[in-house]
Design a protein around this ligand. Structure first.
Ligand code: NPW
Ligand code: ADP
Ligand code: K
Length: 491
């Protein structure tokens, strides 16, 4: 599990650490880590370091100070270093003097670099890049290494509201900040440099699941298990118009655990035809016992869907409500009020579904997606999985995890139906609903990667992948589970 801390938490911890550290020592530690990353990238891009050219974009604060001190270390490795000072009067004085002594030069132009270092603004950033910085950044045609975070991106929400740096690598210090997991597109590869902050940090504000966390959580059958003891998943999805959603959700559940899946609804014949191992009936009441229900994908928002949703909620088992199920709940608060409050619910909205259910409660989905998901989770006493490039999973007690995507190939029709089936299957195994939703989101992203690259060792990004229909994401689920389980084995 990786921890992520807010900028306020980090600043407080840094203040405590600074108080017991010699002046300037932390910055030099940070800058050394930064210079190492720059050298690595130079080597990777140009085959060497000596004589290569690096331009530092230097803002008014300590973020610029880090860049200047990194420039000093780079000079010692014979790199030609140019500093462009965005605010010459406020540039970090000691760093600037040291860079000049080391043979670095100051310029007003980029000077044709092999690589640019963004030291414009760090933890104190607010708002987009200002015009002078934006104009410089726009001229950059080489990879950018961001100091602490890409300037112009909000450190706590990852939101971008105007010109911002898009980095190839972000080198951060002491601890991950929310931007690093909420906006991987602008951060690029994130490298964490240890500056000894660990002992000063409180519990993290957010967590990110790692493969072995998911592997540990995924229930595997033991010698005494049978098809019922591992948890049976019920799927109430699809309609005459949308049988595909039922096939995808059911399929994801079938592939996610080795127990049993039941289907109830209008698409029984289609679903049975595609997944012969599943037991299908026409309605929820006849479906038999399950340990968790999935309700909503392709259900329709009319009277028929409403009755199915009411029947599922009446069963009072852990339930994942998605898609039309969420729209129905938003339009029919009485359905929500009638549910058994002891049966956990996981809601899996995309932005528009989130707005439908949250706005009547006075919760707006703004730049701070974590805050919005947390607020809805608390108000509805449910787990909220807010979909997007970075998926946010909030529990009613405030626990929140973020599952960043490595590409946007998952943004395809039916992809959400696959995710829902995964959530339902993990709920049925008895996993904590928040963790179930998090593990499902992880497996979904991993399956998307495998489907987009067809290469188990690769990480799909926009450059290497190909479009991947939801059926392919579904087929890649076993590979995703294998990746999580082998991470446990390797531990
Ligand atoms: N503390 C530590 O122990 C360690 C800290 N470390 C490093 O220090 C960094 C934090 O440094 P910091 O506190 O000096 O603030 P920083 O982010 O450089 O901002 C400075 C000024 O930028 C400006 N500005 C704001 N928004 C802007 C925008 N959109 N576009 C342009 N400019 C903008 C704003 O000035 P304004 O003009 O508004 O007065 C603000 O005052 C941290 O990220 C890490 O890199 C490491 O060395 C490890 C040890
Ligand atoms: N830009 C994106 N990058 C990565 N993942 C995305 C992006 N947009 C959507 N997703 C993911 O794709 C899935 C889409 O779900 P949803 O909107 O419900 O689609 P559908 O209803 O067609 O199944 C979600 O898991 C979401 O997190
Ligand atoms: K920066």
């Amino acid at each position: 599990m990786l921890g992520v801390w807010t900028t306020t938490q980090i600043r407080t911890a840094e203040d405590r650490l600074l108080a017991r550290t010699p002046d300037g020592a932390l910055m030099r530690k940070a800058a050394f880590g930064l210079a190492t990353a720059v050298l690595d990238l130079l080597r990777e891009r140009t085959g060497g370091t000596a004589g290569r050219r690096v331009t530092l974009l230097v803002g008014a604060g300590n973020n610029g100070g880090d860049a200047l001190w990194a420039g000093v270390f780079l000079r010692r490795r014979s790199v030609a270093v140019t500093a462009v000072l965005l605010n010459p009067d406020r540039a970090h004085a000691a760093g600037l003097a040291a860079l000049r002594r080391a043979g670095g030069r100051v310029s007003e132009t980029l000077d044709d670099p092999d690589l640019v270092v963004d030291g414009i603004v760090g933890l104190q950033a607010h708002g987009p890049l200002r015009p002078a910085a934006a104009a410089l950044v726009e001229q950059v045609e080489v990879p950018i290494v961001a100091v602490d975070l890409p300037s112009g991106v909000d450190p706590d929400t990852g939101a971008v509201d105007g010109p911002a740096v898009r980095a190839a690598v972000t080198v951060t210090f002491g601890a991950r900040k929310p931007v690093h997991v909420l906006n991987t597109t602008h951060c690029g590869e994130v490298r964490l440099v240890d500056i000894g902050l660990g002992p000063e940090l409180p519990d993290p504000d957010l967590i990110v699941l790692e493969p072995d966390d998911v592997g540990y959580a995924w229930r595997v059958p033991g010698p005494r298990d049978d098809k019922y003891t591992q948890g049976v998943t019920g799927i109430a999805a699809g309609s005459a118009n949308y049988p595909g959603a039922a096939v995808l959700s059911s399929g994801a559940a079938v592939l996610a655990t080795s127990g049993m899946v039941r289907y109830a609804g209008y698409a029984a014949d289609v679903v049975r035809g595609r997944w012969p191992e599943l037991v299908a009936t026409g309605n929820v009441e006849d479906a038999g016992r399950v340990q968790a229900w999935v309700v909503g994908p392709g259900l329709g928002t009319g009277q028929a869907g409403r009755s199915i949703l009411a029947a599922v909620l009446h069963e009072a088992v852990p339930t994942c409500v998605d898609a039309d199920g969420i729209t129905l709940l938003a339009a029919n608060p009485a359905l929500w009020d009638a549910r058994d409050p002891d049966a956990p619910v996981v809601l899996t909205p995309h932005d528009r579904e989130f707005a439908r259910i949250a706005e009547p409660l006075g919760i707006k989905l703004g730049a701070d997606r974590v805050a919005a998901a947390r607020e809805l989770a608390k108000r509805l006493d449910s787990v909220v999985l807010l979909k997007g490039n970075a998926t946010v999973v909030a529990a009613p007690d405030g626990r929140t995890l973020v599952n960043p995507a490595t590409s946007s190939w998952l943004a395809t029709a039916g992809s959400g139906d696959v995710l829902t089936g995964l959530v339902g299957a993990l709920l049925a195994t008895g996993l904590d609903p928040w963790l179930a939703a998090g593990c499902a989101a992880w497996a979904h992203v991993r399956a998307g990667e495998l489907a987009a690259t067809a290469d188990a060792s690769a990480t799909a990004d926009e450059e290497t992948g190909v479009p991947t229909p939801a059926s392919r994401i579904l087929e890649a689920i076993p590979g995703a589970i294998r990746a999580a389980r082998s991470a446990v084995a390797a531990y």
